[in-house]
Design a protein around this ligand. Structure first.
Ligand SMILES: [Zn+2]
Length: 139
């Protein structure tokens, strides 16, 4: 059995301008199928949740831009290459202390697995979800 990975998550955008690290306090992740996440990411949005206070930038914080996608939520991306990196309910009193990082931006081995699908009622019509994982109507 592999040793439990307790090191920080590290990752970067496609062009490498934005590089970051964050504390790892869970090994599970989810895939969000809502229409906003699909338009923003180009498909469903797979992410892992970390303590927002632990997110540190090793470079390129000045290349990070935030798009406010709703009253409560902002989405972070690289202004140079457009990589979708972060989802943050920064104005939500109960959730602002967590931030979601795109699984695809993480360095491997990521040490995480997708364990559930959320907002499946909004999923695209161009794919099926048939991996046997739990499917939730909301989150
Ligand atoms: Zn970039």
């Amino acid at each position: 059995m592999a040793a439990k990975n307790t090191s920080d998550f590290t990752g970067r955008c496609l062009c490498g301008a934005v590089a970051f690290r964050a504390a790892r306090d869970r090994d599970h992740a989810d895939a969000c199928h809502c229409g906003q996440c699909r338009r923003w990411s180009g498909n469903f949005w797979a992410s892992v949740n970390v303590p927002s206070a632990s997110l540190k930038f090793e470079s390129g914080e000045d290349s990070l831009r935030w798009f406010r996608s709703s009253d409560l939520v902002r989405r972070g991306f690289c202004k140079k290459c457009g990589s979708a990196l972060f989802w943050h309910a920064d104005r939500h009193k109960d959730h602002a202390h967590r931030i979601a990082i795109a699984l695809g931006a993480l360095d491997e081995p990521t040490g995480v697995k997708i364990t559930e699908h959320i907002f499946v009622a909004d999923k695209g019509d161009y794919y099926d979800i048939n991996d046997g994982l739990p499917q939730k109507q909301t989150y």
